[in-house]
Design a protein around this ligand. Structure first.
Ligand code: GLU
Length: 478
């Protein structure tokens, strides 16, 4: 009865209530006092703005938000989303997720998120630019942006282009700020962005899944072999995150058997050529009419096809109590933020599905944003100082080995051995290490608990504990 009542209530939760629900579920495992938990859970600052923008001869009022969920570490950090779904509840939920995400992967920021209620596809680029610049100006006016205050980044519907407009507006309004370029991340390389940021979330998802699938016991419980090789994968969304996840997981030997987009899905049991489909969709603005594999008109039904790993990489609330029972995947990797609702999660956990939560698995984006911010503050590209020195040092070492052994090492071998680390090598190595370490923390926490807790609860508890320690260190909570 109690179970029935709980699942009934779960169906009516707003997005931010769902995040609070996950928080409350994990809180008892942290030993934090109630007052501290309340402080961690609440949104610290909410800024809603309405400003006018010209659309030809018309003027329209634009609704926009920036929410800073937690100031326990500064600056706050999180993307800006352009979508017609944007409202205060959504931005609050996403900002809270950023706080837990950053804590979990040891990115020393509080969480934030921004949103503008517009359709990026239906808004002409010059108007998009005006809106972005005006939004940034509003943030500057209220001291809601800056390298030490709050640092936006791309999210759904935004990318390098929008970040460049934000940067340009910021440095125009705040001339001479030596660290001004650190006011936003996800910038183009030519404007002090970092190599590897664009694909970072997708690459992080794959590094994480590679780690998740490396544990024999866990895989045995699911009836799976270890490793990504040969795993059958379904991806929802061919935006930045979905595309790079699908592309990179294919390189690891997994087979992407279906890709679902808003207007249809492509299914091919032999594996989809991800780049080919991506190019087709870029050109035609749709997956309809794609010649290889089978095109399924009802794209939601593609999520219900049998597979090993299902990767929702689009928007929140995609797997709900309505379709959860029909999902056949053994692992769900939440590349999007909040794609599985609490009511759906209850059904899936009962079925034994392993859910790898958003606050962990999509943290690759903010991790590389952190590297970009560090690069901006240090004003030098990673690897610039030591690359040549490393190569010389390695060359000398190989020479020594050759002299001592009297043998010569093959040129191809030498080339790969002496290669000093470029920025992209360091970024990817830092990202891989981050994803591996964070999963080990979560898994250890889960294992230490006598009672069975799910992976999301463990991830939230690990994150809350880290934030708790920051508050304790401030001496606010005795
Ligand atoms: N929007 C991304 C996220 O949801 C990245 C945020 C960032 O890089 O600050 O994690």
């Amino acid at each position: 009865m109690a179970d029935k009542k709980e699942s009934l209530n779960l169906k009516n939760l707003s997005f931010s209530d769902s995040v609070s629900y996950y928080f409350d579920k994990a809180a008892p495992f942290t030993g934090a006092p109630q007052g501290l938990l309340d402080q961690i859970k609440t949104c610290n600052s909410i800024y809603k703005m309405n400003f006018p923008v010209k659309y030809g001869n018309e003027v329209r009022v634009i609704e926009a938000y920036r929410v800073q969920h937690s100031h326990h570490r500064m600056p706050t950090k999180g993307g800006i989303r352009y979508s017609l779904q944007v409202d205060q509840d959504e931005v609050m939920a996403l900002a809270a997720l950023m706080t837990y995400k950053c804590a979990l992967v040891d990115v020393p920021f509080g969480g934030a998120k921004g949103g503008i209620k517009i359709s990026p596809r239906q808004t002409p680029p010059d108007i998009l630019e005006n809106i972005t610049r005006r939004y940034t100006t509003e943030l500057v006016k209220k001291n809601f942006i800056g390298p030490g205050i709050d640092v936006p980044a791309p999210d759904y519907g935004t990318g390098e282009r929008e970040m460049a407009w934000i940067l340009d507006t910021y440095v125009t309004l705040r001339p001479g700020e030596i660290d001004g370029y650190g006011c936003v991340t996800g910038k183009p390389i030519a404007l002090n962005g970092i190599h590897g940021r664009t694909e970072a979330t997708g690459r992080g998802v794959v590094y994480a899944l590679n780690e998740v699938c490396s544990y024999k016991d866990d895989m045995k419980d699911l009836g799976l072999e270890t490793g990504l090789e040969g795993k059958r994968v379904i991806v929802q969304g061919l935006g930045n995150v979905g595309y790079h996840t699908a592309r990179i997981i294919s390189q690891y030997g997994a087979k992407v058997i279906a890709i679902a987009e808003a207007d249809g899905a492509v299914y091919d049991e032999n594996g989809i050529d991800v780049d080919d489909l991506y190019k087709y969709r870029q050109e035609k603005k749709s997956v309809k009419g794609y010649g290889k594999g089978k095109v399924i008109a009802d794209s939601a039904s593609a999520l219900e096809l049998p597979c090993d790993i299902l990767i929702p990489a689009a928007l929140e609330k995609q797997i709900t109590d309505k379709n959860a029972a029909r999902i056949k995947a053994k692992i769900i990797a939440e590349a999007a933020n909040g794609p599985v609702t609490p009511a759906a999660e209850q059904i899936l956990l009962k079925k034994g599905v392993m859910i790898i939560p958003d606050i962990y698995i999509n943290a690759g984006g903010v991790t590389v944003s952190y590297f970009e911010w560090l690069k901006n503050l240090s004003h030098v590209r990673f690897g610039r100082m030591q690359k040549r020195w490393e190569e010389k040092h390695q060359t000398d070492f190989i020479k020594l080995v050759e002299d001592l052994t009297g043998k010569t090492v093959a040129k191809s071998r030498i080339d790969s051995l002496i290669h000093g680390a470029d920025e992209i090598d360091l970024v990817n190595s830092g990202l891989e290490d981050t994803m591996i370490e964070a999963y080990r923390d979560i898994r250890e926490f889960k294992k230490r608990r006598k009672s069975e807790i799910d992976i999301r609860t463990a991830a939230f508890a690990v994150a809350i504990n880290k934030i708790k320690n920051s508050y304790y260190a401030m001496g606010i909570f005795p």
